[in-house]
Design a protein around this ligand. Structure first.
Ligand SMILES: CCCCCCCCC/C=C/C(=O)SCCNC(=O)CCNC(=O)[C@H](O)C(C)(C)COP(=O)(O)OP(=O)(O)OC[C@H]1O[C@@H](n2cnc3c(N)ncnc32)[C@H](O)[C@@H]1OP(=O)(O)O
Length: 301
């Protein structure tokens, strides 16, 4: 699936020399990455082949302070995912965070607050694209969730094939959009329903639940909860289990299960973008976003 996000000239320029990790131009070891370990990346996304697992790449999100999914960050994630999909030496990706305590704070509120319709449309197209790229990936995608994961961060986690969450009570996960006075779009809802069932999803979406690890495991929004220092090793051992399955059979099966959900968006991407722009541009929604952003600021005291 070609990357269909219409990149702004600025974003395109930003990404042109995108192997910017010092010394990590494709094929050369990045500083501190260990001898011969080929890695590549961009300012906000570091991709390192897992030295202990052939064919596995670890994708580290590093958009401090909270890995909020800005347009630039989404674009870098998409470029890295596309590169991995096209590099036949990789069969699996472990997605994790380099921002302590935070997997991803979700969509970047500043991309939706005080922005013109054209920007909102471009932003939403990138959000759609990231979901489709991860959800339908031919690679095995495992979330090594080492931090809090609200809303868009939860969607990214749900789009993985398997989710390992660190057992830290602060690392809650859920689609909390109603707490902001907004809503999760139908395809966020669909993925949650597919994962935890209709009644649990209905309740969690309406109440904006952020599940702490023990509840997240019980409701099924994550597959495993482990001590924080075992998240990466657990993700790696689960990856080995999934990679023991012949790729072609596993990919066809993943597609069989996931394509009907993805098709609901693919068949109406433009309408979904227009719906988003209309909804997010409402005065009442902009006001809700303003109040929420103020609350975040006040929280800092
Ligand atoms: C029809 C259908 C239509 C559908 C139409 C609508 C569809 C929308 C779907 C929405 C999906 C989403 O993901 S909406 C986003 C939901 N996300 C959230 O609710 C998480 C909000 N953030 C937090 O709760 C906290 O920041 C948290 C992640 C726990 C980290 O707490 P900390 O104390 O460590 O850090 P903070 O001090 O709070 O934050 C550090 C800085 O990051 C900023 N920040 C934090 N989260 C941010 C965010 N998501 N976007 C931008 N900026 C963010 C803060 O403002 C601070 O900025 P400075 O003050 O400048 O330092």
């Amino acid at each position: 699936m070609a990357l269909t996000v219409g990149l702004r000239p600025l974003t395109r320029a930003l990404l042109r020399p995108w192997a910017r990790v010092p010394g990590a131009a494709l094929g050369r070891p990045a500083a501190g990455s260990g001898d011969g370990v080929r890695c590549f990346g961009s300012p906000r996304v570091l991709v390192e082949p897992d030295p202990a697992a052939v064919g596995v790449a670890v994708m580290k999100m590093r958009n401090p302070p909270v890995n909020s999914l800005s347009l630039e960050f989404l674009t870098e994630l998409l470029i890295s995912l596309e590169k991995l999909e096209n590099d036949k030496t990789f069969r699996g990706i472990i997605i994790t965070s380099d921002c302590p305590g935070i997997f991803s704070a979700g969509l970047d509120l500043l991309e939706m607050y005080g922005r013109d319709p054209a920007h909102c449309a471009e932003y939403w197209k990138a959000v759609q694209e990231l979901w489709l790229r991860v959800y339908l990936s031919n690679l095995v995608v495992i979330g090594a969730i080492n931090g809090i994961s609200p809303a868009g961060g939860c969607l990214l986690s749900l789009s993985c094939d398997y989710r390992v969450l660190a057992n830290n009570p602060k690392y809650a996960i859920g689609l909390n959009e109603t707490l902001l006075g907004i809503i999760a779009p139908f395809w966020f809802k669909d993925v949650l329903v597919n994962t935890i069932g209709h009644r649990a999803a209905e309740r969690a979406l309406q109440l904006g639940f952020l599940f702490p690890p023990s509840d997240a495991l019980q409701v099924g929004i994550v597959d495993q909860v482990v001590p924080e220092d075992q998240v990466q090793s657990t993700a790696r051992s689960v990856m080995a289990q999934w990679l023991a399955i012949p790729d072609h059979a596993r990919q066809l099966t993943k597609n069989l299960v996931r394509k009907p959900t993805a098709d609901r968006l693919l068949q109406q991407r433009d309408a979904d973008i227009q719906n988003f722009v209309r909804f997010i541009s409402r005065d009442s929604i902009q006001k809700s976003l303003h109040v929420y952003l103020e609350k975040l600021k006040q929280k800092k005291g």
